[in-house]
Design a protein around this ligand. Structure first.
Ligand code: HEM
Ligand code: NAG
Ligand code: NAG
Length: 211
């Protein structure tokens, strides 16, 4: 698993501010009404990431996907037991994403809170707004622009992929069959492509000879 570089702080900081046009975000929004909220989240994350480090990337990605559809609203969580109805799911997911990265040895960044949860969730919107691995660069820029994010945001936020995994089906067409004639995507760095192809052979050997 890779490490998030120090500029990851910048990267995720951007997501932390997305959706801030509707709610007024600030540091320690729950300090008075639920002072233990951030600690509860942090303790839970530290405990679970310790047992399953790969969860860190999954949780960070979940935060990104959540933000791209009607702002950052999210799933229900454990903070309810301490302070019923006070802390938004969106804030919890944002804190979880940060704490997961910290717990795997990545950088720390400050997360302002005060997000409000949305009441609408549509799978069709998730499909149309969240970028797909098969989108070209122009489409990625458009999808980011739809969220008020520019080219620099796109490049920096993509740095989140320093951690985590991708399944072969998400990118194998770019290695083996980009236009349907058994070719490689000419835009893909050739050294990187060779590296990925070699890893495929290793995985194949592992599955067929060693297990
Ligand atoms: C620029 C548009 C983006 C595209 C097209 C994209 C696409 C993808 C794809 C295809 C995967 C692999 C999924 C799989 O095969 O299982 C992935 C994984 C991941 N993405 Fe993105 N992504 C984008 C932006 C982001 C952003 C902005 C973040 C967070 C700030 C992010 C965080 C992650 C993480 C952490 C993983 C690894 C998940 C894991 O290991 O479980 N991505 N992304
Ligand atoms: C990018 O993809 C879109 C949608 O599939 C397509 O309309 C557009 O022509 C593509 N642009 C480039 C530069 O390939
Ligand atoms: C490559 O893509 C073409 C067109 O989509 C398809 O007909 C062909 O079976 C693919 N080749 C392989 C090896 O998957």
């Amino acid at each position: 698993m890779g490490r998030i570089g120090y500029f990851g702080i910048l990267i995720i900081g951007l997501l932390a501010f997305m959706g801030s046009t509707e709610a007024h975000l600030k540091m320690g929004f729950y300090n008075k009404r639920c002072p233990k909220a951030e600690k509860i989240v942090n303790d839970f994350v530290k405990q679970h990431i310790h047992n399953a480090p790969s969860l860190a990337a999954t949780l960070l990605r979940m935060h990104f996907h959540d933000c791209f559809v009607r702002g950052c609203d999210a799933v229900k969580s454990l903070v309810e037991a301490e302070c019923p109805g006070i802390v938004s799911c969106a804030d919890i997911l944002t804190l979880v994403a940060r704490d997961s990265i910290v717990a795997t040895g990545g950088p720390f960044w400050r997360v302002p809170t005060g997000r409000r949860d949305g009441l609408i969730s549509k799978s069709s919107e998730a499909l149309s707004k969240v970028p797909s691995p098969f989108d070209n660069f122009t489409t990625l820029q458009t999808l980011f622009a739809n969220q008020g994010l520019d080219l620099k945001d796109l490049v920096l936020l993509s740095g989140a992929h320093t951690i985590g995994i991708a399944h072969c089906q998400s990118f194998s067409n770019r290695l083996y069959n980009f236009t349907g004639i058994g070719d490689q995507d000419p835009a893909l760095d050739s050294e990187y492509a060779a590296n990925l192809k070699a890893r495929k052979v290793q995985n194949y050997q592992r599955q067929h000879y060693y297990s």
